[in-house]
Design a binder for this molecule. Structure first.
Ligand SMILES: Cc1ncc(COP(=O)(O)O)c(C=O)c1O
Length: 382
């Protein structure tokens, strides 16, 4: 037998996530020393205050397992959100918590419904647990078709629906009324996994929308991340917010104390800097508005984003947006000019780009470069 024959049958021809070339590889390939990393929706506004001190202080405690650090972190999250610590399940990022949630709820062969396009990792996670994925396309305004997703869940007797709100890569929020109707329309026994990686860029009242559902015992699990507004993508930290009855099941499938002390200390430091976090949120929202306006003014179509990225269509100059330019070539030309956005074909939207929001001077730079590239590629086609 080949070694590959020894692995579970659903993994035999599986391919791992391909993160693409590193910044260093791109810099060498295109001979551009400084690239603006606008492809992964990381925080490009610098670290929050208190982080460095917290990490330095934690160095003295790294010999210990993070038992008390877990307790302190869960309490800090619970206090901030007005929930009980028993509802908080830490994990090393939403990526880990997604897989944990699937291990908690899914049996092999179970159906999971999600949107198209949406965050790419859902498909890989469903595959890893030998589930069956059904995708429901977004509507013509690129909003999640919640009615269609609930109908699909009923037809396929789905065990789980994954809702990314706001959705990556489309950036838009679900309307609260539509959310309430969606919950009612789901079949019995179906769990909703709500990926709220970008919810921190919304106002407080909107951020809290689903916490009441979790508390009331609705079959809803929320996933939150410290990788986006809080700027800790490199430490890998996130939480699931679940009903207290479910938390012990997550503790069974996740290894004990899987989040390291440095991440927990950094998470606590950022939670303690609430005023700075709110200032940062507003700064990102302002830079996002600036980017949306600048793109719109140059005739690139944009969709209203509630996140730290903007989706835009690569309309040619002077043809009224009838045809879209090739996003792979467009990105290659932008990299030559010092900017690395995400090409739409990678998430199923040819002719589009997803651009991470950065400080305003970077946004002005990328828009000017986009205009330049558009002229070059439109002329090349003519
Ligand atoms: C929708 C969505 N969920 C989850 C993640 C990953 O979150 P984490 O860094 O907490 O694993 C991302 C990262 O880009 C994302 O876009």
């Amino acid at each position: 037998v080949s070694l590959r024959d020894l692995v579970r049958s659903n993994l035999r021809d599986a391919e791992a996530y391909d993160p693409g070339p590193t910044l260093a590889e791109l810099a060498a390939r295109y001979n551009v020393p400084n690239l603006a990393k606008l492809n992964w929706n990381e925080n490009l506004f610098g670290p929050l205050p208190g982080l460095e001190d917290a990490l330095t202080a934690e160095a003295d405690h790294l010999w210990m397992y993070p038992e008390q650090a877990y307790t302190a972190f869960r309490r800090a999250i619970a206090d901030g959100l007005g929930v009980e610590p028993e509802m908080v399940v830490p994990g090393h990022g939403i990526q880990a918590l997604l897989l944990a949630a699937m291990q908690v709820f899914l049996n092999p062969g179970d159906t999971v419904v999600t949107a198209q396009p949406t965050y790419g990792l859902y498909a890989q996670a469903v595959r890893a647990v030998d589930g069956r994925l059904v995708r429901v396309p977004v509507d013509d305004r690129l909003q999640l078709d919640l009615e269609g997703m609930a109908a699909s869940a009923r037809e396929t007797r789905a065990k789980m629906v994954i809702v990314c709100d706001p959705n990556n890569p489309t950036g838009q929020l679900i309307d609260p009324t539509d959310w309430a109707l969606f919950l009612k329309a789901l079949p019995d026994g179906c769990v909703v996994l709500a990926d709220e990686a970008y919810i921190d860029f919304s106002e407080r009242s909107r951020r809290d929308l689903r916490i009441a559902d979790v508390r009331a015992g609705a079959p809803v699990v929320l996933l939150r991340s410290f990788s986006k507004l809080y700027g800790l993508a490199g430490l890998r930290l996130g939480v699931a917010l679940v009903h207290p009855d479910l938390a012990p099941c997550f503790d069974v499938v996740q290894e004990p104390f899987n989040v390291n002390r440095a991440a927990l200390a950094a998470g606590r430091a950022t939670l303690a800097a609430a005023a700075a976090v709110e200032r940062r949120r507003r700064e990102v929202v302002a830079a996002r508005g600036h980017l949306e306006e600048a793109l719109g003014a140059r005739g690139f179509r944009v969709w209203p984003s509630a996140t730290n990225f903007v989706l835009t269509a690569l309309t040619q100059s002077g043809n009224g947006g009838a045809t879209l330019l090739d996003d792979a070539r467009f990105v290659a030309e932008l990299v030559r000019r010092g900017f690395v956005p995400r090409a739409g074909h990678e998430f199923g939207m040819r002719g589009h780009l997803r651009i991470t929001v950065a400080p305003i001077d970077v946004m002005d730079g990328v828009v000017a470069a986009m205009e330049d590239v558009r002229v070059a590629l439109t002329n090349a086609r003519a």
